[in-house]
Structure formats: C-alpha cells, structure tokens
Write a protein that binds this ligand. Structure first.
Ligand code: BES
Ligand code: MN
Ligand code: ZN
Length: 499
C-alpha cells in the first residue's frame, strides 16, 4: 500500500472512504470533522447524539454519505480524551483506521486528515510522522511461510491537508514516518524468521544487503577474525554450534561527520538460545528465536538512520551467535578470557547474552564513542518486573539516561530505569575468576547489567533489557499485530536525532 499526500478539502476528495476524527465527549465536531458533518447534513452530530459513538480511543463508526461527500463512506475514528491526546494517540488512531478499512471489502483507496495537526495543536510534522508509522505498522503481516497469502486489501492512503502552508511539513513528516515504520518492519521480519533460516551468517548477510541498499558501510568479522582480536568470551558461547558466529559492524558517517565521535548501538544477536549445557525447559524454548531482537532493533534503526541521512555519525554492531549444547560446547565452571583481558567464570551457559555483549562492548571502545547503548533480550526477570509495557533501562550516565527516557516517551518505545548500585556487583564476584556470569535470582536484572558494566571502558553507556518487548502473543494496540514488535527501532532513531 502506498501513502500519498495531497492538498485539498477532504469532503471533496475522491476515494472509497474518508477518515475524520472525534475527541471523546465532543457533541458538536469542529475542524475538518465539522466540515464533513456539515456536508453530511449533521449525520456525525446525530451519530454522537444517538449515544452509539462517543469518540473513545480506538473506537470507529462507518457512515455512508449518499453522495454528500465525494467519497461514498466516512470513517469516524475516536481520539479519546483531549487532555490525554499525544503523538501516541495519533499513531494508535491511524492504526485503528487502517485496520478497520483493510477489512472493509469495498475500500481499496482511502483518504485521511492528519489527526492532531488541527484543533489539537500538535506539531504538524510529528503528527504526520506518527500517522504514517501507525498506518504502516498496523498493516504488517508475517506471511513468508504461508503459501496462501491474505493480501492487505488496500492500495493507497492519501493524507489530505487543507492548509497550503502545512503541506511541506505533512509531506516531510509522512516520509520520515514511512522510513521509520519500514525499519520497524525490517526488525519484525528478522525476529519472525525461524532459527533454521536465520542463523548468524544469514543474519549478517541480510544486514549487509540492507547496508548496501541504504549506503551504510558494513564489515562482518568471522570466528577467525574474532579469535585474532581475543574475543574469547563471545566465542565460548558459539562453541557448541555448527553455525559460525559473526560480528556485524554497520556505519553511518554522513559527509562532514566522518571523524566525529559516534553514537554506538550494540545488539545481542543470539539467533537461537537453547540455554546450551544449562539447557532450557522444552515447552517455551521456541520463543528463543527472538533472542536476536536486540540485533534486529539495531539493524532496523541503522536502516532508518541511513535512509533519513541523520546528520550524525552512528555505528551499529551486533554479536550474532547461536547457543547450542554439544560435545564441544562451553560448560558451567569454564573460565574464559575476553578482549579486555578480564577473566569470567561461567556459572550458567544460559546467561550467554551478557557474554557475547562483553566482547562487543570491549570491541566498540576503539571507536571512541560519545555514547554506547546496548539492546538485549537479557533476562526473563525484566518482564516479570515491567511486563510488556516498558523496556528496562540501566545507565552509568545521567544525561544518556535522560535522553533515552525522553526518546522512549516520544517514540512510543517506552523505558523505565533500574538501579545500578555498586553493591549489585557483590553477587557476581567469583571465587575463581574476576567476575562470574550469574549472581542468582535476587537482583538478577541489575547484576546482569553490572556484569556488562565490567566491560565498558571509557564511554557513557546504557543497557536496555528488552527481553519482554520484542515479541507479543496478542495484538498490543492496533499498531502492534501479534508476533514480532520491532521494539527499539523507533527509540533508537529518535535518540540518534536527539543526542
Ligand atoms: N534469552 C534469555 C532471556 C529471555 C528469557 C528472553 C525469556 C526472553 C524471554 C537469556 O539468555 C537467559 O536465558 N537469561 C537467564 C539468565 C539466568 C541464567 C541468569 C534468565 O533470565 O533466566
Ligand atoms: Mn540464555
Ligand atoms: Zn539469551
């Protein structure tokens, strides 16, 4: 489906359906909705008066216009309470409209106003971006492995803006939203892929193809190159796998910014996590195909950052490894020495994410980063604490923490901070080595972050535990169909534009 922008009066716009909106509790609609109501001889006002439609968030009503507007149908979408209205409500309302119309058989082409850009007073460009994001994200389908595909059923959505002055902002906002939503879908596609298809070499290959299309620099290190560099903590995790580990490096360095200190994004890319010798229980093991969700978010974000040509140097890396049990696999009690020379005792081979990230965080120091943000599906416990509502945020730098919190609120990929007290290292002190990879259940989320902190030398750093966020068993708002969410992409693009 294509998203277009046009100048005009939506009441006179020719399409299969026009979309207008209503705040909860409004009885006499104003703005574009008011104009359409007038054209319809008060049909929207009567609909409200009947009590059948209140403007509640995520509700819709479909009216037939009997020739009174150029389009035969009018979809009124509820925006919820005016005082709670924000960009997320725009994203949600656009997603709801797209979903409803995709299921309305006679609608192939529809037109919509920009929710929030008129009477609600949000920034026009940001509202337009949110509209495009919500629309595209809602229509995502993971159908690669179904032979009989159900087509989306929509050909186009035209964003109609009356004001000539606002048109440029609408156009740029829609474009930005499309690029970002497309990148969210890239991350969703990667996370959706089964682990027999998306093993480390395949993940790196797909990232490389994306980099070529977008114009990012890309480098992939194989196991020999990693051994040369001393990345033996990462390589230990890969020992049980027949699939070679890969270390992916993507770089966006726009003209004039080549020498600047980069923002570095680092993703956990475990293409399948069996737990290794500390084998996971069987029933839920299939979920561990999404253990590369951090890498997926980094790859998606780099795609958008490159396409938008953000005026900032950004480097994305991903540690792509499969964690398997085998005769050659690493074991609990093994002691390994990574790139920094620090020794780590393995308590659980299932705490493998922090191991691959340890060498990733050591590796990126060479870029002299202005900041490093890692994203990882690191602990089940973060989901126990926060559910699938916010990702966990751990930082050793207040400014970076504040920038991430703000980017989370604006983008919709929300975060919540966890403590990083020094005492949390006590549980990961090892009798045999300098650190151990598991400190037990109590405070296990913070001690996992403390483990990572051991390997972050010389740069502001934040760790995002996104274990619960990358996959959803049920639809989570119309913009998030069930399955892979693409969480983190919007957050990182927002962050890269802000710091
Ligand atoms: N990939 C898992 C974490 C995870 C669990 C992600 C559930 C998504 C859903 C991670 O590698 C892991 O196994 N973590 C262990 C750590 C423990 C052994 C210290 C965990 O959370 O149980
Ligand atoms: Mn694990
Ligand atoms: Zn894992």
């Amino acid at each position: 489906m294509e998203i277009r922008v046009a100048q005009g009066n939506i009441a006179q716009f020719e399409s299969d359906c026009i979309v207008v909106n209503l705040f909860e509790g409004v009885s006499a609609p104003g703005g574009a909705t008011g104009a359409v109501d007038q054209a319809l001889g008060g049909a929207i006002s009567r609909l409200i008066a009947s009590g059948d439609f209140t403007g509640k968030a995520e509700s819709t009503a479909l009216l037939y216009s009997d020739g009174k507007t150029a389009a035969p149908r009018v979809l009124v979408v509820g925006l919820g309470k005016a005082e709670k209205f924000d960009l997320h409500a725009v994203r949600r309302a656009s997603a709801v409209a797209a979903k409803v119309l995709a299921k309305t058989g006679g609608v192939k082409n529809y037109a919509t106003i920009v929710h929030g850009a008129g009477i609600a007073g949000l920034d026009v460009s940001q509202s337009s971006q949110a509209l495009a994001e919500g629309t595209r994200m809602a229509l995502y389908q993971a159908t690669q492995y179904k032979r009989e595909q159900q087509p989306v059923g929509l050909d186009s959505c035209t964003v109609v803006e009356f004001s000539q002055e606002k048109l440029a902002d609408v156009t740029s906002g829609v474009k930005r939203g499309e690029v970002i939503a497309q990148a969210v879908c890239t991350a969703r596609d990667l996370v959706s892929e089964p682990p027999n298809v998306l093993f480390p070499v395949e993940l790196a290959t797909r990232a490389r193809q994306m980099a070529e299309e977008v114009g990012l620099k890309s480098t992939v290190l194989g196991e020999a190159a990693m051994r040369e560099l001393g990345m033996n903590i990462l390589l230990a995790v890969s020992k049980g796998s027949a699939n070679e580990a890969q270390f992916l490096i993507l770089e966006h360095a726009p003209a004039g910014h080549e020498e600047e200190q980069p923002l570095v994004l680092a993703g956990k890319g475990i293409t399948f996590d069996t737990g290794g010798i500390s084998l996971k229980a069987g029933a839920e093991m299939w979920r561990m195909k999404n253990d590369m969700g951090g890498a997926g978010a980094v790859i998606g974000a780099m795609e958008a950052i490159g396409r938008l040509n953000l005026p900032r140097r950004v480097i994305g890396v991903a540690a792509c490894v499969e964690n398997m049990p085998d005769g050659l696999a690493f074991r609990p009690a093994d002691i390994v020495t990574g790139m920094t020379g620090k020794t780590a005792e393995i308590i659980s081979t299932d705490a493998e994410g922090r191991l691959v990230l340890a060498d990733a965080l050591a590796y990126v120091a060479r870029f002299k980063p202005s900041a490093v943000v890692d994203l990882a599906t690191l602990t089940g416990a973060v989901g126990v604490a926060l559910g699938k509502i916010r990702g966990g945020l751990f930082a050793n730098d207040e400014n970076l923490q504040a920038a991430l919190m703000a980017a989370g609120e604006r983008s919709g990929d929300k975060l919540w901070p966890f403590p990083m007290d020094e005492e949390y290292v006590d549980s990961i002190k090892s009798d045999m080595a300098e650190v151990k990879n598991s400190g037990g259940r109590g405070g296990g989320v913070s001690s996992s972050a403390k483990f990572l902190e051991h390997f972050t030398e010389g740069y502001p750093w934040a760790h995002l535990d996104i274990a619960a966020m990358v996959w959803s068993d049920a639809e989570k708002g119309a913009e998030n169909p069930k399955g892979a969410t693409g969480y983190g992409v919007r957050l990182l693009v927002e962050l890269a534009g802000a710091i």
